[in-house]
Design a protein around this ligand. Structure first.
Ligand SMILES: Cc1cc2nc3c(=O)[nH]c(=O)nc-3n(C[C@H](O)[C@H](O)[C@H](O)COP(=O)(O)O)c2cc1C
Length: 214
């Protein structure tokens, strides 16, 4: 046990509010505005979020970097053969949760994941530094390995293999997923634990907006 009594840690949230008048009727516009605020807020990794998937009947979560969003939804990149890749192949339903502490904000997005096109994955793959491209070849993400030296050996192997190639090919197993949102909840911390929560739910192709009790 540490010396700090964590039950005494407490923040009163006073910075912002999220009223029906302030919030957009379109959650993608609202996300865009809050994401822009997060970018400007000095948060170290404003695009970091917790991605949750389902394995059988067990939830699985991990931190991932969001790499884009547009009218279709939210994109991230990974190894399709990783645990999360297998989980999304088994059950395409999942969740992304953002926490922007400096803004006292949370966003929770639920929906269905699908793989993006090969062309879109390639375009992003080739925009990454060459070392990261080779790293994608080195890592069979989420597999058990005997030790760190396995990675060093594979790195040396792939550096040699691609040394005369101007362009490192994208491994087949590496690419992006798009989350098509079905619901998006915006949470703004407010004083006395009476936070603002606006939930947008897709009904047909119309976004319904409701306020939730904190
Ligand atoms: C800040 C941060 C950013 C990360 N970004 C990614 C990412 O964009 N893609 C990815 O596959 N893993 C990313 N990871 C690693 C994942 O958290 C996770 O360890 C990995 O994807 C394996 O997950 P899985 O075994 O559930 O498939 C990131 C981890 C952290 C802490």
């Amino acid at each position: 046990m540490g010396d700090t009594d964590i039950s005494k840690l407490r923040q009163n949230y006073t910075k912002h509010e999220l009223t029906e008048q302030l919030a957009s009727l379109d959650p993608m516009s609202q996300f865009s505005e809050w994401f822009d605020n997060a970018l400007k807020s000095g948060i170290l990794e404003p695009n970091a979020m917790v991605l949750s998937t389902i394995s059988g009947n067990k939830p699985k979560s991990r931190v991932i970097l969001l790499k884009g969003f547009d009218a279709r939804g939210f994109v991230f990149f990974t190894n399709y053969s990783s645990h999360k890749g297998h989980e999304l192949a088994e059950n395409a339903f999942g969740n992304m949760t953002f926490f922007w502490d400096q803004l006292e904000r949370q966003v929770r997005i639920e929906g269905i994941f699908e793989k993006i096109s090969l062309e879109e994955s390639q375009e992003y793959f080739w925009s990454r530094p060459r070392e990261s491209q080779i790293g994608a070849w080195v890592s069979n993400q989420s597999e058990v390995i005997a030790g760190r030296e396995i990675l060093d050996e594979k790195l040396a192997y792939f550096q040699e293999k691609f040394k005369n190639e101007a362009v490192v090919p994208k491994p087949e197993y590496w690419g992006g997923y798009l989350l098509r949102p079905e619901s998006i909840e915006f949470w703004q911390g407010r004083p006395n634990r009476l936070h603002d929560r606006l939930l947008y739910t897709l009904e047909g192709n119309i976004w319904k907006r409701e306020r939730l009790s904190p």
